[in-house]
Design a protein around this ligand. Sequence first.
Ligand code: NAP
Length: 283
Amino acid sequence: MILDGKAVAETVKADVATRVAALNQRGVSVGLATVLVGDDPASHVYVRSKRRTAEATGINSFHHELPANTPQRDIEALIEQLNADPAVDGILVQLPLPHGLDSDRITELIDPSKDADGLHPFNLGLLVLGRDGLTPCTPTGVLRILEHYGIEISGKNVVIVGRSFLVGRPQALLMIQKGADATVTIAHSRTNDLAAVCRGADIIVAAVGVPKLIGAGHVSPGAVVIDVGINRTDDGLVGDVDFDAVQDIVSAITPVPGGVGPMTVAMLMHNTVTAAEWRAAGG
Ligand code: NAP
């Protein structure tokens, strides 16, 4: 089975649009501010898609584009201004920032209640504690795909390949929450015999950044494979999984593109409307 992230993302966006319309009816508008620094082509593509999706779901998009040589203090001043702006419910600073800028400091300056990406240390702390907060978009999107297709993770052996703060770590935390109840192994570049570790998995989440790293020798028959990787190669966009090599062995797999990528954007809108609802409720 091909897990169609694009289709699942449409259901998330439809839900967001309904919730935005309900807030609008109460006189509450919803706004997402995007901050793009520099001229990294991939970042421009991502931000354009985020702005388009915001507008399509009824979220007001406020875009701020700054040159690569913008001083740190100017970006910090912009974040403070957006924190104070009542029209802004979510703030997204597109990463990576140009060399020389302190992205940790900038991320930490975002008001955690407007942290649309769910990457502020406060929100990551809530995730560790198992308390409600805004959660990182990509790993939350992965869970949504599994949920949508009725793929149970409770009690299952999940191997997550990659331990980044953006994907691997929060993915593990989301999957071990009470209610999700997976048994999680996190693999990384120092893992011994990655193939053997992966073969023990009912579900593999690959978030590595190495094209086609996960091949036929890494998957057991019937496993579910979620490919988070987006690698630009001469052959176009390629995931971390060798799709052709594993597709006849596994029971379900996400394609690249059209798998996890669209979910990341949809979950950004989900976080933005969630933040707006909390604010409207006085939270
Ligand atoms: P990252 O910060 O570079 O982390 C990569 C992780 O993979 C690290 O933990 C690294 O281990 C591990 N790793 C590297 N080589 C390995 C190997 N040969 N065997 C096992 N583990 C290995 O990357 P990221 O930000 O998590 O992104 C991962 C991939 O997902 C990239 O392709 C990125 O473009 C993609 N991505 C996609 C979306 C989406 O929306 N679909 C969103 C975010 C990221 P160490 O910690 O030991 O170095």
